[in-house]
Design a protein around this ligand. Sequence first.
Ligand SMILES: *Cc1c(COP(=O)(O)O)cnc(C)c1O
Length: 288
Amino acid sequence: MLELPFDPPVQKIDLPEFNRQGVQVFIKREDTIHPFISGNKWRKLKYVLREARQLNKTHLVSFGGAYSNHLVALACAGAMFGFRTSAFVRGEEVNNVTLGLCKTWGMQLQFVSREDYRHKQELFDAHYGNNTNVLMIDEGGRGTLAMQGCAEILNEVKGFTHVCCAVGTGTTLAGLAISAAEKGMVAEGFCVLKNAEGIAEDVQQLLHHQTPFFMHHRFYFGGYGKADEGILQFISSFASSTGILLDQVYTAKMMLGIRTLIEEGYYQEGSKILAIHTGGLTGLLSQW
Ligand SMILES: *Cc1c(COP(=O)(O)O)cnc(C)c1O
């Protein structure tokens, strides 16, 4: 149970704008792991689901916004592996592709006000406090077990100087940083939230301040969930010249960030960059 059928392939990005200043860029296609438990969400859930089994939990309860890729992944994985799933969803009741998929896999959704959502533990305790069958999973699946799963993204990888990923909670970056340090690579995160310098501290805490990483804070393009015309155009030109779909919330911002940094001469000649495609394509489908 819960093993990946294959290690996702690494592909070169053969575009002139990613091949200048003596730099080369490759992309690890974690998005190909599964259509809906895609990218880092599978990596993040792997050990959490194992723990749920070991503790004989039958019902997984989590939290997220109305566009949460984590909830889609959890709903699908729950159905596949025989767990009941429920989620507290932030904000007023809405219908969209993300939540429609969650419901299709049998996830029970409960919409809660932004104010109530801020107090997650209280919410959980009020609804499930006495229920020993239930395992609470934090927003975005964040945490130490999730970080351990993300460290495995680099298991088979060698020969790169840098590994790059988009940053939401920073859990994926923390996992990559652990493996990158062992392999002599630099781990760089591209934060997709505005004014979110505090996330670097969350990452440091997960890593017990022992492992180096770097986080860029310039490439949020308007802020979390915002996508201007430039981002959408970039997604379209990237897709039409490589065949690879990026999502507007995370991966397109990372790739644009990398492209900008190469343009600016940030990476030394000879750098070999591995960008992680963390999936998230439900977000792209949700916007039309
Ligand atoms: C959730 C998500 C991220 C963010 O991962 P964190 O571990 O929370 O930083 C990045 N990319 C995609 C596509 C995601 O769905």
